[in-house]
Design a protein around this ligand. Structure first.
Ligand SMILES: *[C@@H]1O[C@H](CO)[C@@H](O)[C@H](O)[C@H]1NC(C)=O
Ligand SMILES: *[C@@H]1O[C@H](CO)[C@@H](O)[C@H](O)[C@H]1NC(C)=O
Ligand SMILES: *[C@@H]1O[C@H](CO)[C@@H](O)[C@H](O)[C@H]1NC(C)=O
Ligand SMILES: *[C@@H]1O[C@H](CO)[C@@H](O)[C@H](O)[C@H]1NC(C)=O
Ligand SMILES: *[C@@H]1O[C@H](CO)[C@@H](O)[C@H](O)[C@H]1NC(C)=O
Ligand SMILES: *[C@@H]1O[C@H](CO)[C@@H](O)[C@H](O)[C@H]1NC(C)=O
Ligand SMILES: *[C@@H]1O[C@H](CO)[C@@H](O)[C@H](O)[C@H]1NC(C)=O
Length: 356
């Protein structure tokens, strides 16, 4: 399958409603945040000599703190976020432990006492809804669900090939291992991860303002055949952390028997967290049955920021329509799901810029 390409031409569009912007945050531990610049490095950690199993380790070092992001496609795509109060903390991976039936301790951030905060996100399922008969744009779910695609059953590209040190980015691109209908014959779902050493705003819509305390995640569905004429897509996300409770946000569900603990059987999460008490799941669904939609160009992307501390909201793109800020009981996970990007027809670059 060809490499993941960012749309270089086209008309970026945020659906008029409902754009959902989630932010899970609280006061972060003092001294951890607000680093203006960080030394960022990206490294693929392979299970040598096999090399087919990889982790992507992003290390963002500030004066007094380090943020570690560990991305994995062992199981469903997942990221572990660990913040420490020292510039010298390191990630330690023991592959034989990590892939064993009891992976506890297979993945550690050392020294352990420097850890101020840790959390994880797991991207579990891709939902497709038939919104043909839905006239109410705000209805949830936005139509009847087709059988979801389980992201644990996807196969992913070689992350090493997609690593770009210049842009501090890498892409997990995948498609279902079993694809009886051929829906993904020409399509893929891609998770593009980008880290930043300073604050700023990327060139591509929705141009979320980022800081050195955040990573951007862009999830793009490209070229897959929809199962209906008016398909809307949603991404199910599970989160886990130290907090005493789930964040109170729209469409959030506590994980009970239906999910736990299966959702967190991705090895990196099981290896890092000894207990999985505080877990929640929610759906990110963007777009409206009234369109525009994925059906226009078979291109759809969700952009989000992930990091610690307060989201850089002051200069949000005008395309972003709302924000919901909620407190988790414990410090500092921030997930800012900031907008939908669709490709609609061909427009010149000047017009493309205009919407920003
Ligand atoms: C992934 O790509 C890297 C660099 O091209 C290569 O060295 C490595 O062998 C590849 N891994 C697999 C499993 O193909
Ligand atoms: C880092 O820690 C030192 C000692 O605690 C403190 O003096 C300094 O202000 C801190 N720097 C930052 C950027 O927080
Ligand atoms: C990994 O863990 C196993 C089991 O605890 C241990 O025997 C092995 O020495 C460890 N490997 C490394 C490189 O630390
Ligand atoms: C949509 O409505 C039409 C006409 O009422 C009906 O025939 C069709 O079965 C409905 N489709 C779905 C997916 O509900
Ligand atoms: C995939 O692309 C090929 C070549 O463009 C085309 O013939 C085929 O119909 C496409 N398959 C699907 C499922 O879209
Ligand atoms: C899609 O639209 C076409 C033309 O309007 C119609 O013939 C077809 O039955 C529709 N397909 C589905 C799955 O609704
Ligand atoms: C996401 O949406 C699907 C389809 O409506 C539903 O089955 C699933 O339970 C939702 N997940 C969560 C965590 O709400």
């Amino acid at each position: 399958m060809s490499g993941y390409e960012k749309p270089s031409r086209g008309w970026g569009f945020c659906a008029p409603s409902p754009v959902l912007l989630l932010s899970l945050l609280t006061a972060a531990p003092l001294g951890l945040l607000g680093e203006e610049t960080r030394q960022v490095s990206l490294k693929v950690i392979s299970n040598a000599p096999d090399f087919s199993q990889n982790l992507l380790h992003i290390r963002a070092v500030g004066t007094n703190s380090t943020l570690h992001y560990v991305w994995s496609s062992l199981g469903p795509p997942a990221v572990l976020l660990v913040a420490t109060n020292t510039p010298n903390s390191t990630l330690s991976v023991n592959w034989s432990l990590l892939l064993s039936s009891d992976p506890d301790g297979g993945l550690m951030v050392l020294p352990e006492e420097s850890i101020q905060f840790s959390s994880a996100l797991v991207f579990t399922r891709l939902f497709e809804f038939d919104s043909t008969n839905m006239s109410d744009a705000a209805s949830r779910p936005p139509g009847k669900s087709y059988p979801p695609y389980s992201l644990a059953n996807f196969s992913w590209n070689n992350i090493t090939d997609s690593l770009d040190p210049a842009t501090l980015s890498a892409t997990f691109q995948g498609h279902p291992v079993r694809d009886p209908t051929g829906a993904f014959a020409n399509g893929s779902l891609a998770f593009r991860v980008q880290a930043f050493s300073t604050s700023g705003r990327p060139a591509q819509p929705p141009r979320l303002l980022h800081s050195a305390d955040t990573c951007q995640l862009e999830v793009a569905l490209v070229g897959a055949s929809p199962r209906g004429n008016r398909s809307l897509f949603g991404l199910e996300v599970a989160t886990l952390g130290q907090g005493p409770g789930c964040p109170s946000m729209q469409e959030q569900h506590s994980i009970d028997d239906e999910y736990a603990p299966a959702v967190f059987q991705s090895p990196i999460v099981r290896a890092f967290f000894k207990t999985q008490d505080h877990s929640c799941a929610f759906n990110l669904t963007f777009g409206a049955p009234t369109g525009p939609g994925y059906w226009d160009q078979h291109y759809l992307s969700w952009s989000m920021l992930l990091g610690v501390g307060s989201p850089p909201v002051d200069a949000l793109s005008p395309l972003v329509l709302g924000i919901m800020a909620v407190a988790l009981g414990a410090p500092a996970l921030m997930l800012l799901a900031g907008g939908l990007f669709l490709l609609l027809g061909r427009k010149r670059d000047s017009e493309y810029q205009a919407i920003n």
